[in-house]
Write a protein that binds this ligand. Sequence first.
Ligand code: BES
Ligand code: MN
Ligand code: ZN
Length: 499
Amino acid sequence: MADNGKLAFERFAAPAKGVLVMFCEEGLKFGPAARSALGPTGNLVQRAAAADRFTGKSGTSLDIVAPAGLQAARLTILGIGKAGKLKPQDLVKLGGTAMGKVPARAQTVTIFAEFAGGPLKPDQIAEVALGTQLRAYSFDRYKTKRKEGEEAPVKAEITIAVSNVAGAQRAWERSREPVAQGVVMARDLINEPANVLFPEEFARRASALKKLGVAVEVLDTKAMTKLGMNALLGVGQGSRKDSRVVIMRWNGGRRADAPVAFIGKGVCFDTGGISIKPASGMEDMKGDMAGAACVVGLMHALAARKAKVNAVGAIGLVENMPDGNAQRPGDIVKTMNGQTIEIINTDAEGRLVLADVLHYVNTRHKPKFMIDLATLTGAIIVALGQEYAGMFSNDDQLCDRLTKAGTATMERVWRMPLGPEYDKQIDSKFADMKNTGGRFGGSITAAQLLARFVDKTPWVHLDIAGTALGSPQNDINKSWSSGWGVRLLNRLVEDHYER
Ligand code: BES
Ligand code: MN
Ligand code: ZN
């Protein structure tokens, strides 16, 4: 796991060194702990603010280097506008923004968790802390050299100054540190190149969840052949690397309760197969396992915070390669549930993998609902861009809950249509269906195929091709991979499915 630097909580006090970050409300209003820690330096802050016309408006900041009267090397004041106008979801962002103001060379950072009205509550502090950790993430394990004069990135030690240390520590450890770790785990898996992270290795890393009390079961080629998962196996047959399915179970709920289920597309590399992709940008297809990475990160978060829920995570791991043994256009495969699919384009492989895993989870675990995540189509990026994931579903209530969890975490979803009218696009001359439906509504016809493998179970498909990879950089992510979905689904479970 990437080392994001240490995080500690301490009582409000002016630090002896490093960067000091304080929040300030419109009208240059500080909280009592900040005023007391600043002491006479308060005058300096007023003068600097006047000189810079800084008033504490949201999105503005004031930087004072070597502030007289303080031991800190740098004082950074972050304007937050009016605290009353902040929404809960703004707190994570605030933590990220605070970290963003810290120079790369800084070794220690102290953030005063206080608004003008007084100290933040433990749950609020945990959100701010989460933001600092996500912002501090970087993936540089393969960088062995630096340019002249460039220093190795220092992972700053972060201290959050609070009034109730034990309360903040508890809130962090019980509810948000597990989530931070889950997101980091997902980002790491996605950033990892495909020569390192192939199906078997991915399965090994998912197996590490056993340490947290997660039951992990790995299906190898032999087991999958026996089960009849021929759609999934067909995708992987052109690769030198064996395919795997991993099933993770966390039982934190009541014994008799049906589990909630999360399913991830884990194409460790997608060349397109015989329908090979163009060279330009193909390297991004190391991230075609982002759905599976999210499921692993989520299962980590649920287990590490001992969530009171029964959850199943299942991931289909394959590599889609062109080869003498690769699947051909025109081939017909029989899925685990007996339906046949004609392969028109070997690059529409994700739906083939998911078809078998969805059916397996549905019949084996009889879940309350299934949510799958997949970097499934380029078409969803055309439709929604990179800020919303596409949501396809047979269940309005689940959609409603996800939409709300999306607003709360800023991992947002936008519902897209499904309907029998689209089915004719995937009618096949030779089999029950074909694996592509032409150019029109490409994300919808993909979802339409998945729907044939879920039966009556409430189900949501999230097409995360736009949100998971090459993410627009924001306050809480500077990495190519966002780890999208871990916070969203953790939130869904928190809000509705814990006893
Ligand atoms: N993994 C891709 C989708 C993708 C594209 C993810 C860009 C992330 C960024 C998927 O397997 C794929 O190749 N889909 C095809 C489907 C087509 C052949 C029907 C696509 O979107 O072009
Ligand atoms: Mn593909
Ligand atoms: Zn793919």
